[in-house]
Design a protein around this ligand. Sequence first.
Ligand code: NAP
Length: 253
Amino acid sequence: MTQQDSRTAVVTGAARGIGAATARRLARDGFAVAVLDLDADACAPVVEEIVSAGGRALAVGADVSDERSVTEAVARVTGELGAPAVLVNNAGIIRDNLLFKMSTDDWDAVMGVHLRGAFLMSRAVQKFMTEARWGRIVNLSSTSALGNRGQANYAAAKAGLQGFTKTLALELGKFGVTVNAIAPGFIETEMTAATAERLGVPFEDFKKAAAGQIPVQRTGRPEDVAHTVSFFVSEGAGFVSGQVIYVAGGPRA
Ligand code: NAP
């Protein structure tokens, strides 16, 4: 596929962490990539990296939990890069607390970004995919979907994303669109660094302790997840849909 006719991928929450690694990887795989995050300026380094390596990328500032913002962002991507063929619903936040201390705002914020965000983005891009009779949606779940102390909101959202994934796989399959989920375990990003900080543990110690509990004896890197996204969106993965892959260095959290 030449650069002119390369497919367009949208990666949300792509200014850093797993999203940034996924954007870089999909660009290397030949996609034109919309690097979408709350702050367009924060996306610039990822875009520059992709462009200087010979790829095509666009920085897009948008809040995935806001309907109008999503509509405008998808219109911009379509006009400037091309109709979305791939969507990676990666944007995420944590607002951890034990149930009795969890505020309603923290519950709503987490549901808003993960669940409402994935819903709004998927609904906005599906018409391009179904019209083209080809599409790939990948949702970021988490091992927390299996339950994680202090994360009632996040665990519920990540488990919800698995049901969302399987339902979209059923609805969109006949249009050539696959929908899958990745459930990472511990991945070294600002999100896990923030958890360490909240617990008052130096990040290096936190990682070391986590690695000791993981069968492959290391913590994950954003590239581990990006590699799995690359598989799900590949041409050859067209018969794989509605699946959840745990990228966690072992069979369970
Ligand atoms: P991260 O480093 O915190 O990056 C998340 C990105 O999402 C940030 O750039 C953030 O922007 C952006 N974002 C937040 N709210 C948004 C919104 N409403 N609209 C658009 N962008 C928004 O997180 P990560 O560790 O890379 O995680 C990426 C995904 O993987 C998340 O869905 C997370 O739940 C999931 N995950 C991570 C781990 C892990 O161990 N790291 C494990 C399992 C699952 P701001 O910086 O401006 O807030």
